[in-house]
Design a protein around this ligand. Structure first.
Ligand SMILES: Nc1ncnc2c1ncn2[C@@H]1O[C@H](COP(=O)(O)OP(=O)(O)OP(=O)(O)O)[C@@H](O)[C@H]1O
Ligand SMILES: [Mg+2]
Length: 370
């Protein structure tokens, strides 16, 4: 049997060993960084994460004054100073850091180390919270979208009613003008009617965004839908001197969808692609299937335009996001709504060589379409 003293000693040795192991492991963690500082405000230890994030070698920073290290890594915003070793510990201090064009958000906690009531040094923990903040931003954005949707629905209804009345009277006027052979005036009324049609379309988009209309779903082949809109796309392409290539895949199984809504999706995507390209561009519309998404078909709309800048990629589906002087920024959000309602999704891949939108739609489990 061990004497009591021996057993206490053994436990302390055990504890020391565990704490050493913990400290060593802690210093290699990728997600949390630690800077150990002595009472002269010099760096005693810098963990792997600190070196990786701030782009410095451990051997270069050990024994350096903290201020020298901050200058060395070119830290513009200094998150803490000597007051830390005078007892001014802190929590959740934010630091935005950009390295190799990637910006990350760090949250810092600073604490002092003390022995017999005297401050012997301090440590600062660095946590990478970019992911959490991104998540928060996404939640905020989806809340905002919900509110926009509700406002859009209310406003759209109110606009629609007077619009119907205006349209009705304009059509009447048109007929009267025709009877009196007032050609010039009829032309004006014609323009008013066309413009009214545009407003009407816009209002329909609003309504679709906020609460989708009752979809009339049927089993169909996506090729058939594409063939019906191809003449329209070819026409638009001709105006912009864009070549259209269509690659069908007739063996694809049918999908369950509302044909008119689906047409709207491909028209919007095709229109965006053509608008993005200069003269001489090529638009490829491809029916596809990938083994890794075995229960879905993929319709790809690919252009040779300038691409979407990375900063915009996650915004293009937001309602009202547009880079075009005449754009409403509703096209893609409407597309996304329609495709989501079908249980599908839209993926976007973009580089300086062009952009590819992939519309994923699940197969129809039922009988084959026409
Ligand atoms: N194929 C593409 N290539 C480059 N940018 C694109 C492409 N498709 C969409 N975008 C970008 O996404 C934005 C939003 O597109 P969206 O279709 O929602 O609205 P819009 O085209 O601007 O306006 P609207 O569709 O109402 O005429 C566009 O303004 C453009 O900046
Ligand atoms: Mg558009």
């Amino acid at each position: 049997m061990l004497a009591d003293n021996d057993s206490v000693q053994l436990k302390r040795n055990d504890l020391d060993s565990y704490i050493r192991q913990f400290a060593n492991r802690f210093l290699t963690l990728e997600s949390i960084g630690v800077l150990l500082i002595n009472s002269d405000f010099r760096i005693v230890e810098a963990s792997d994460m600190i070196c990786a994030v701030f782009g410095c070698e451990r051997s270069d920073v050990i024994d350096q004054p903290v201020e020298a290290w901050m200058s060395f890594v070119d830290m513009q915003q200094r998150p803490f100073d000597r007051s830390l070793i005078e007892g001014a510990s802190f929590r959740n201090r934010e630091l935005n850091w950009t390295r190799d064009k990637i910006s990350i958000k760090l949250m810092l906690d600073g604490e002092t180390l003390q022995e017999d009531g005297l401050i012997t040094g301090a440590f600062v923990l660095f946590r990478d919270v970019s992911h959490l903040l991104n998540l928060e931003e996404q939640i905020r954005r989806s809340d905002r979208l919900k509110t926009i949707g509700q406002i859009a629905a209310g406003t759209a209804h109110e606009i629609r009613n007077p619009l119907t009345a205006i349209k009705g009277f304009m059509q009447l006027l048109n007929r009267t003008l025709a009877d009196r052979e007032m050609v010039k005036e009829r032309e004006f009324v014609g323009i008013v009617l066309t413009e009214l049609e545009r407003v009407n379309d816009l209002v329909s988009d609003f309504l679709l965004l906020s609460k989708p209309k009752e979809a009339k779903r049927a089993s169909m082949r996506v090729g058939k839908v594409l063939q019906e809109i191809l003449p329209m796309i070819r026409n638009e392409a001709l105006l912009h001197s864009v070549t259209v290539i269509y690659r069908p895949k007739p063996e694809l199984p049918p999908i369950l969808a509302d044909k008119e809504l689906l047409k709207q999706v491909f028209l919007n995507l095709g229109k965006n692609a053509i608008e993005a390209m200069g003269e001489g561009g090529t638009l490829i519309i491809r029916e596809n299937h990938y083994p890794y998404e075995s229960d879905k078909i993929a319709i790809e709309i690919q252009d040779t335009g300038p691409g979407i800048p990375p900063d915009f990629l996650d915004k293009v589906f937001d309602p009202f996001f547009t880079t075009k002087p005449q754009g409403t920024g509703l096209g893609l959000s409407v597309c996304q709504r329609i495709v989501h309602d079908l249980g599908g999704s839209i993926e976007v891949l973009s580089s300086e060589e062009g952009t590819k939108f992939i519309v994923w739609i699940p197969y129809d489990g039922g009988e084959r379409g026409d």
